[in-house]
Design a protein around this ligand. Structure first.
Ligand SMILES: Nc1nc2c(c(=O)[nH]1)N[C@H]1C(S)=C(S)[C@@H](COP(=O)(O)OP(=O)(O)OC[C@H]3O[C@@H](n4cnc5c(=O)[nH]c(N)nc54)[C@H](O)[C@@H]3O)O[C@H]1N2
Ligand SMILES: Nc1nc2c(c(=O)[nH]1)N[C@H]1C(S)=C(S)[C@@H](COP(=O)(O)OP(=O)(O)OC[C@H]3O[C@@H](n4cnc5c(=O)[nH]c(N)nc54)[C@H](O)[C@@H]3O)O[C@H]1N2
Ligand code: SF4
Ligand SMILES: [Mo]
Length: 669
């Protein structure tokens, strides 16, 4: 090994922790990766996935050069070509399509393979300039955002770091032990200080080990649970009247609607015993520093945005927002610290074009005719594995008249359908701007090593394609580092508020924590928490039964601890730790169907039949079934994964995918 040094970097993955990294390198190779001890949230430790990021960076499965398909679509048979040939073929095909049908027959598809600002956003500038159809990038947490917006506006959230000071923590639908490990460690610290921890989920996730109490709730019914808690506190005179008077609008109108939410009705709807509902409500109201940590799972239902709005009312009626370290966690985001418009360039969009929702890519590829999609460019995403309505997605990708380009690090299920594959680099191989959606840290990164093989970053690729399309804007004639510097040269109110010392640290590539606002400074029109929003279809928070399907079991998809969506499939040790595709069922629901633990089962609805191994447990809400993890076709039992059972219906707010709002039935094979 040549002389090595430790360089600072930041984890690019779609994860609320947004960790800072230290990377051992000689400038050519990455040898070791560890958590940055000086990062305000990471504090020296990272998850198992990133502890060996060098295995991802130097994986023998990395795509080294551009590829051209030679076999059938989906078979993954390719030959290497040069970048010149690849760019020439792509831009020649696109120019012909644009001349014949207009640019809207081209659709980009992307999500959060990397969360860093430039590589996440630069495709918007390219496709905006091209005049292609727009993609609504809403699959993940847009219903959660919409639910918060409907009651507290775009109030920047709090740091999970503060959790350690809280004495009553409700983890509401987040498997923090898998997906948010620094929140997990803060909750552990709070427990050492005597905090009471409650988990509300549809099954006992690994995070249940943190909890003093686990409430197993029927999927999609959390709003009822929260409103029943509100009603009980109202009846018992435990509301924080001073907070309601000072910081909220429409409290009286809201409180006047709570009569139907009795404990009895709540127990019946949610399956949570009424004594438990009452004791959690009283404990939360009486706490010194009560906080609700919100996951996104409960927002991925047909009533998801309303659910988030209703659960937030519990933190309002108890005045939790005004108590020290109290309120809510799960709505933080530090991305406004950068001028994102300098990356995404909305000004390049010359005319209105149609939008296609990423959760409906299956029907868009197979049914759209006005005009049809004739070319798909996928980057930072893997729709064959992660999108709903998988059978339609695969049918679409198989279309011979669809010219598909995939910019990827690995030969994913989606890349196997590509006509042209372009090799992508990793976060070690380019600089970028890191923000987080789980805390308020920001960090600037520099390249740690040169791009491996012939791989290129998203920006370098779009700049190359832009020049080949004849775009004359300076944007396409600069380097990634020049764009990064231009974004940093543009001040934002948040970065301006950093102390001189923090600004200096940031300039040196260290992570800094943005100053936090008063949690009661709500970013609504009135500056108050707004129970009443007269302009909305439902002016007050209320329980809306979820309009899910008609099969008897309610299917929930959940993350797996060992992998991150379909990412990390290149790492055999993580894939092995995850094991085969399983469906978690409640023992009573399994017994009623003659399903035994470990048996191969057929699971179906109107969309598909998918095979799983049964994982029968006692601690699952009645009628709920859960599939953890995103699997590839190769790892599946019949070529399809759980995503084939997910419809492409959207949520009530935010146009997110209803990933957790589907129904199925199951039987032994
Ligand atoms: N290891 C790992 N880390 C990850 C990911 C991963 O796949 N693996 N994914 C990353 C991504 S993309 C995201 S968006 C974040 C997500 O992180 P969070 O938004 O914090 O949520 P999750 O941990 O995914 O947990 C969602 C939980 O919601 C539950 N749930 C579903 N429906 C309901 C319901 O109706 N009511 C209640 N109470 N619970 C419900 C599910 O059972 C699941 O346990 O995590 C990120 N981090
Ligand atoms: N069954 C099921 N389905 C789900 C979920 C679930 O939990 N279960 N989770 C849902 C959620 S919350 C989300 S956010 C979505 C996530 O959907 P995606 O954002 O598509 O997530 P990944 O599966 O991680 O795929 C990201 C891909 O980007 C590639 N990539 C990484 N970095 C770069 C880069 O710099 N450039 C390029 N060009 N490519 C790069 C990676 O190799 C990887 O193949 O999936 C959703 N779908
Ligand atoms: S916990 Fe999340 S942000 Fe931190 S290293 Fe792991 S994947 Fe990256
Ligand atoms: Mo996500």
């Amino acid at each position: 090994m040549a002389q090595t040094t430790w360089k600072r970097s930041a984890c690019p993955y779609d994860c609320p922790d947004g960790c800072g990294l230290l990377v051992e390198t000689d400038g050519k190779c990455v040898y070791r990766v560890k958590g940055d001890p000086d990062h305000p949230v990471t504090r020296g430790f990272v998850c198992r996935k990133m502890q060996h990021y060098e295995r991802t960076v130097h994986s023998p499965r990395r795509i080294p050069t551009p590829l051209r398909r030679v076999g059938e679509k989906g078979k993954g048979e390719f030959v290497p070509i040069s970048w010149e040939e690849a760019v020439d073929e792509i831009t020649t095909r696109w120019k012909a399509l644009i001349a014949a049908y207009g640019a809207e027959v081209i659709l980009p598809y992307s999500y959060a393979g990397t969360e860093h600002q430039i590589q996440y956003g630069c495709g918007e500038a390219f496709f905006g300039r091209l005049g292609a159809s727009r993609l609504e990038r809403t699959i993940c947490a847009k219903a959660k955002d919409a639910g918060f917006e409907q009651i507290i506006g775009a109030t920047p959230g709090q740091n999970p770091r503060d959790l350690s000071h809280c004495d009553y923590i409700i983890i509401w639908g987040s498997n923090v032990t898998a997906t948010w490990i620094h929140a997990h460690s803060e909750i552990l610290a709070a427990k050492k200080n005597g905090a009471h921890v409650v988990l509300i989920d549809v099954y006992a996730t690994p995070a249940a080990a943190l909890a003093d109490e686990v409430l197993l709730v029927r999927p999609g019914t959390d709003a009822f649970l929260a409103l029943a808690m509100d009603r009980l506190l109202q009846q018992e005179g435990r509301l924080d009247r001073a907070f309601l008077d000072r910081h909220t609008l429409g409290a009286a109108e809201f409180l006047a609607t709570l009569a139907p939410y009795t404990l009895e009705a709540a127990a019946q709807t949610t399956a949570v015993p009424k004594e438990t509902i009452a004791s959690v409500a009283r404990g939360f109201a009486a706490a010194r520093s009560p906080v609700i940590l919100f996951g996104a799972g409960m927002s991925r239902h047909g009533n998801g945005a309303m659910t988030i709005r209703c659960v937030t009312t519990l933190a309002a009626v108890t005045g939790a927002f005004a108590k020290p370290f109290g309120g809510i966690i799960g709505n933080a985001s530090s991305s406004a610290a950068y001028r994102d418009d300098l990356v995404t360039r909305p000004d390049f969009q010359q005319r209105r074009v149609r939008s296609i929702n990423m959760g409906q890519i299956g029907s868009a590829l197979t049914e759209l005719n006005d005009p049809p999609i004739l070319s798909l460019y996928v980057y930072s995403s893997n729709p064959a594995s992660i999108a709903p309505n998988q059978s339609a997605v695969l049918r679409g990708l198989r279309r011979e008249d669809l010219f598909t380009v995939v910019h990827e690090r690995f030969l994913t299920d989606t890349a196997k359908y590509a006509d042209i594959v372009l090799p992508a680099d990793t976060a070690m191989e380019h600089g970028d701007l890191a923000a987080s959606y789980g805390n308020l840290c920001i960090q600037k990164t520099d390249p740690v090593i040169a791009p491996l093989g012939e791989s290129k970053s998203n920006f370098e690729t779009f700049a190359l394609l832009g020049r080949a399309m004849g775009f004359t804007e300076d944007y396409f004639h600069q380097t990634n580092e020049e764009l990064k510097d231009a974004v940093l040269a543009a001040p934002t109110p948040w970065r301006e508020r950093l102390s001189a010392g923090a600004k200096e640290q940031f300039a040196q590539g260290r992570a800094v924590l943005l100053p936090q606002d008063d949690p009661c400074a709500f970013a609504t029109k009135s500056g108050k928490l707004e129970f009443l929003r007269p302009e909305l279809p439902h002016p007050l928070p209320c329980y809306l039964p979820d309009p899910s399907g008609s099969y008897p079991l309610r299917l929930v998809v959940a993350p797996h601890q060992a992998t991150l969506n379909s990412s990390f499939s290149e790492r055999d040790e993580l894939v092995q730790a995850r094991g085969p595709m399983r469906l978690i069922l409640n023992a009573a629901d399994a017994a009623a169907r003659g399903i035994t633990d470990g048996a191969v089962i057929d699971v179906w609805n109107d969309l598909a039949h998918v095979r799983f191994y049964a994982d029968v447990r006692s601690n699952v809400a009645p009628g709920a079934v859960v599939a953890e993890g995103v699997y590839s076709a190769e790892q599946s039992l019949n070529g399809l994964t759980v995503n084939a059972l997910l419809s492409d219906a959207l949520t009530d707010g935010g146009r997110a995918a209803t990933l957790c709002g589907n129904t199925v039935d199951a039987a032994p094979v």
